[in-house]
Design a protein around this ligand. Structure first.
Ligand code: TNX
Length: 535
């Protein structure tokens, strides 16, 4: 095979002002490299993009590639460069100044689009261009590009490795704006590092919300400076009697920052008025169930409540919401509201109606589990449908949006089958195909697509205490929920999806994700070379 002669040119300080000129320069002078057959439509992407038009050509990603972005997208560009390096070993400069030898460029810019998450990705032989509705859209486009970079380089063409990225155009936009996962760090505590790893994988599959269930009967996991015993006492144990733990405000801020870098919104949840035993042990004045609260390490639910008729309780909630909201840039605050079995119904309604304006006062939009729909709530408040369709329909009747997390389909803590090592099965067994084969848009007759904010997959942690166990339940099912949130039903098919899922193993291996190897998926066994360093 003939090695193509590589005509070279220099871009001196191209960066922003020269972006357009550089594109022109590239298309005129970059070396044409002909790769054997590539097919962009055959790349196993998850979630499946809306519209893929393959060109048959390829973009040669190599040591002479550079990224150029507008100033607003420099963070996204830097993220891409970092991820290209971890996958290929290549060190790709961003807005290279000076005499950097560049043959081909990846160009990032924003343009007016209907949806801030929409993007257009064009992979040509000489350049890759990404144009998106916002930085978030560009970030999503970057994930598509990462997935299109082959695992191994084609090193027959030159004396240095080249990764042929299949060419063509992708126009993409998500079906729902809220594509979430929830992690219960209260039943068992998970470290900042564990949460960061989850965020990394979520970002790769275009999920954009992480809901943290920060408090429950067994533990209070977020430092509140004005009520220090919440974590000192309430954070001291967990299910099974382990040491528990909590996030300092600095830890929480670090999670928020790391998530924001990945364009993921953190939704904090303080579950109330039930699921509050840990807080009531720390401050018995809050307690409303008539018993002396003690630390609890079991897994029963529904035995705790705060005293809903005491003003101190609302002064306390005000402090908690104020401190957490100050650390949370996202628009939502989750107030729980589930399984308050020992709160009288009129007390429950009174409580939810008093807490809603406190949250709003701190500039946040309320989310609550579906029971909150019994209260008279603002139409801006969101009901998270987990168990009771009637509650969800009631919420729709009040003009509220619904977040879909039906336990029978979307609960990551449900066992795969009767042999599953971890998990519960009170709602259902949820094999990998069952988790994927349903349609959020038509799941409930009473909830029309316009009423749906999005979907979220909760992972409760009664039965899991390590990141390995967490991964066993979350993967691979979380990927299916990402596709349900992104890709419209008409473009989804389990038979085709399972092949794309099977092809995620090189990524899982690189990320050291201990997924559940369900027999329903024809897993590809990855054979990964060590990353090649071009220098
Ligand atoms: C129900 S889902 C709960 C949680 C449990 C979960 C276990 C919800 C709003 N409440 O307290 O952890 O079941 O699957």
């Amino acid at each position: 095979m003939k090695t193509p002669s590589l005509s070279r040119f220099l871009i001196r300080g191209a960066a922003i002002a020269g972006l357009v000129a550089a594109v022109a320069a590239c298309t005129q002078e970059a070396p044409r490299i002909v790769f054997p057959e590539t097919d962009l439509a055959a790349v196993p992407m998850i979630p499946k993009p809306l519209d893929v038009a393959p060109s048959g050509t390829a973009f040669g990603l190599d040591r002479f590639t550079a990224i150029y972005s507008t100033e607003a997208l420099e963070g996204v560009a830097g993220f891409l460069s970092e991820k290209i390096q971890s996958k290929t070993g290549l060190r790709i400069p961003v807005n290279a100044e000076g005499e950097t030898e560049v043959h081909r460029g990846i160009y990032l810019s924003t343009s007016e689009m209907d949806n801030p998450e929409a993007y257009h990705l064009r992979i040509g032989p000489d350049s890759v261009t990404i144009s998106a509705g916002s930085a978030q859209g560009a970030f999503l486009a970057i994930q598509t590009l990462r997935q299109a970079i082959p695992e191994t380089s084609n090193d027959t063409l030159a004396e240095y490795p080249i990764w042929p990225v299949p060419g063509g155009e992708i126009r993409d936009v998500p079906q729902f704006g809220y594509r979430g996962a929830m992690l219960d760090v209260a039943r068992h505590f998970f470290s900042v590092e564990d949460v960061k790893k989850y965020l990394d994988v979520m970002a790769y599959y275009k999920l954009n919300v992480l809901h943290l269930h920060l408090t429950d009967d067994q533990g209070w996991r977020i430092e509140i400076k004005s009520w220090p015993k919440l974590t000192e006492v309430g954070g001291s144990t967990e299910v099974g009697g382990g040491p528990g733990g909590f996030y300092t405000q600095e830890d929480y801020a670090e999670i928020v920052r790391y998530a924001a870098e990945r364009h993921i919104t953190i939704v904090p949840e303080v579950d109330m008025p039930g699921h509050t035993n840990a807080a009531s042990v720390a401050y018995p004045i809050l307690n409303g169930n008539g018993k002396t609260p003690e630390l609890y390490t079991g897994t029963h639910v529904g035995f705790s409540t705060w005293d809903t008729r005491k003003d101190t309780v609302y002064a306390f909630i005000d402090d908690v919401v104020r401190e957490i909201s100050a650390l949370t840039p996202g628009p939502y605050f989750h107030i729980g509201g589930d399984e308050s079995h020992v709160t009288r119904k009129d007390d429950y309604i009174y409580f939810i109606e008093r807490v809603e304006p406190i949250v709003q006062k701190y500039g946040k939009r309320v989310i609550g589990w579906d029971e909150v729909a019994h209260a008279d709530l603002d139409s801006s408040t969101v009901a998270q449908f987990w168990a009771d369709e009637e509650n969800a329909t009631r919420a729709v009747g009040k003009g509220m949006k619904v977040l879909l997390s039906p336990a029978r389909k979307a609960y990551l803590d449900m066992q795969y089958d009767t042999l599953s090592e971890y998990g519960l099965h009170w709602a259902a067994y949820i094999p990998v195909d069952t988790a994927y084969i349903w349609d959020p848009s038509t799941y409930s007759a009473g909830i029309a697509p316009k009423d749906i904010l999005g979907i979220e997959a909760p992972l409760w942690s009664e039965t899991i205490s390590t990141i390995e166990e967490l991964e066993y339940l979350a993967f691979p099912r979380l990927l299916g929920y990402s596709e349900l949130g992104w890709t419209p039903a008409a473009k989804r098919s389990w038979d085709e999806y399972k092949l794309r899922l099977a092809a995620q193993t090189p990524y899982f291996k690189r990320m050291d994700i201990r997924y559940y190897p369900s027999a329903l998926v024809p897993w590809e066994v990855p054979d990964l070379p060590e990353p090649q360093n071009p220098d």
